[in-house]
Design a protein around this ligand. Sequence first.
Ligand SMILES: CCCCCCCC/C=C/C=C/CC(=O)SCCNC(=O)CCNC(=O)[C@H](O)C(C)(C)COP(=O)(O)OP(=O)(O)OC[C@H]1O[C@@H](n2cnc3c(N)ncnc32)[C@H](O)[C@@H]1OP(=O)(O)O
Length: 253
Amino acid sequence: MLTFKESCIGVMKLSKPPVNSLNLEYLTEFNIAIEKLENDKSCRGVIITSALPKIFSAGLDILEMYQPNTDRLRQFWTQVQQLWINLYGSQVATVAAINGHAPAGGCLVSLSCDYRIMAPNYTIGLNETQLGIVAPFWFSDTITNTIGFRKAERALQLGYMFTTDEAKACGLIDKIVPPDQIMAVAHEEMKKMFAVPDFARQITKNQCRKQFIDKLHAKRDADTDNFVNFITKDSIQKAMGKYLESLKKRKSG
Ligand SMILES: CCCCCCCC/C=C/C=C/CC(=O)SCCNC(=O)CCNC(=O)[C@H](O)C(C)(C)COP(=O)(O)OP(=O)(O)OC[C@H]1O[C@@H](n2cnc3c(N)ncnc32)[C@H](O)[C@@H]1OP(=O)(O)O
């Protein structure tokens, strides 16, 4: 993770080649970095983007979920939950500068921010069902809160990956920006949020989001148990094995 501060704005650049997949170590690093910025009194905003060309993040590392060690799988999911809690509940203003594809967990990271700008000709969405897995309730809540129930239900059922244009049309992202302007526009959007007194913006954000974060807090252990039981099922392992194979075939084909 490349993290630096530009005045009162923290910039986090995901930099885990080849595709910024989020494994246990990287999620832990991500959480430490965001918590550090959150606790830095001089930091008012955070921009999340990718240091890699063409990929914002491929989402959760599928290899963590395929033929897993159960203890590690539990730790992995705890870090995924923590990342969402940290980002969705963040008191600083957050902008996702989506400069590449953003499937599944990559989409969730961006949906957890306050504002999303995206470069053209990429795809974004919660494609879990295409892997034969199910997005947990807090992933569904987050997309539903962004694009509304009907569109979210349809997109979740299909595991639909939106093009940048489609994402803009349904409100999954807020603005389409050429890649060379994405950081400049992220700073402009940040300034708009800074024009509102921090405490008023923060209380408003809490009013909108707290109930969803509280829901996960209340069910956190059960959510981890569900995840581990679900992922370790033979049928789910088979589906994930097939998906991994299809990724490799697509590459060679
Ligand atoms: C009853 C209710 C219970 C509820 C329980 C909860 C259930 C479970 C919840 C889980 C939620 C999971 C969310 C996720 O994030 S799952 C991850 C989904 N991600 C994807 O599907 C992305 C797949 N990848 C791609 O589409 C492409 O790789 C792309 C990101 C578009 C990049 O394409 P390209 O540039 O062409 O690169 P390659 O495809 O060649 O990939 C390069 C290598 O990276 C490997 N790879 C890709 N993605 C992942 C990944 N997510 N994890 C691990 N590895 C990944 C790919 O296989 C290549 O590897 P190699 O070079 O060895 O062949």
